[in-house]
Design a protein around this ligand. Structure first.
Ligand code: MG
Length: 257
């Protein structure tokens, strides 16, 4: 099932994305998606709503250098222990929202990533239980101010500025993430193309590693790293992240006003 969060006429709702006679529709959900919920049967066309970030995470935990070719393209080794960092909740935007180019950077980069959405509060999750704590998957763009990342020892500003975490367009709850294509285009031109099977550490490895340290809550998001091909974003660009079996997350880059 694909679950979107959206606003219509000033109200916020979750809905299941379904095929309708004239395109995709949203069947409005009664209750909250992480607990018991039912479909209301009330349907609205997707074209009539504004998509919002599909989840409101308590935290976004991101993993760096998890594809060997991408680590190499920036002159880095694959680390012995996965590099983990946070992106703040204020960095999260939805599909169709604008990425605001920050004033402290002249080198903004796209990073297409598979995002894992957590469904249950969990800590110290054993490998064989990882699938039980995952609600689903969505597309992410770990937008990075590469110049600031080089200059500053910690990446809080470089990867945590407002609008640096586009998520969406919705959460797919039935995906097997082991080997799907992940791609990024800028203005329709392909920049990144990889497969999740190229990850150094799998989704299971990463959830085990993160929950050794901290509790994950329903709605929390884990970004799993980006394949090779990262590159610049400029004001006016349209960047799209597409993951096989999920959909496409699209955002325009604007100058911060
Ligand atoms: Mg990244």
């Amino acid at each position: 099932m694909r679950i979107a969060r959206f606003s219509i006429d000033g109200n916020v709702a979750f809905g299941a994305v379904e095929d309708g006679p004239d395109g995709l529709v949203l069947d409005i959900i009664k209750g909250i998606p992480y607990a018991d919920f039912e479909l209301s049967g009330t349907k609205v066309p997707l074209s009539k709503v504004r998509l919002l970030p599909p989840v409101l995470p308590n935290k976004v935990v991101a993993i760096g250098r998890n594809y060997a070719e991408h680590a190499a393209e920036l002159g880095n080794e694959v680390p012995d222990v996965p590099v983990a960092f946070f992106k703040p909740t204020t960095s999260v935007i939805g599909s169709g929202d604008a990425i605001e180019y920050p004033s402290f950077s002249n080198e903004l980069h796209h990073e297409a990533e598979l995002a894992v959405v957590i469904g249950r509060m969990c800590r110290e999750v054993p490998r064989e239980r990882v699938k039980d704590v995952i609600f689903g998957y969505t597309c992410a763009n770990d937008v990075t101010a590469r110049d600031a990342q080089r200059r500053e020892k910690q990446w809080a500003r470089a990867k945590g500025f407002d609008t640096s975490c586009p998520l969406g367009p919705w959460v797919e709850t039935d995906l097997d993430p082991a080997d799907v294509t992940i791609q990024c285009t800028v203005n329709g031109e392909q920049r990144q193309l990889g497969r999740t099977s190229e990850m150094v550490r799998s989704v299971e490895d990463l959830i085990v590693h993160i929950t050794e340290a901290m509790t994950l809550l329903p709605g929390d998001v884990v970004l799993t790293g980006t394949p090779a091909g990262v590159g610049p974003l400029n004001v006016g660009d349209e960047v799209a992240v597409t993951i096989e079996g999920i959909g496409t997350l699209t955002n325009k880059v604007i100058k911060r006003g």
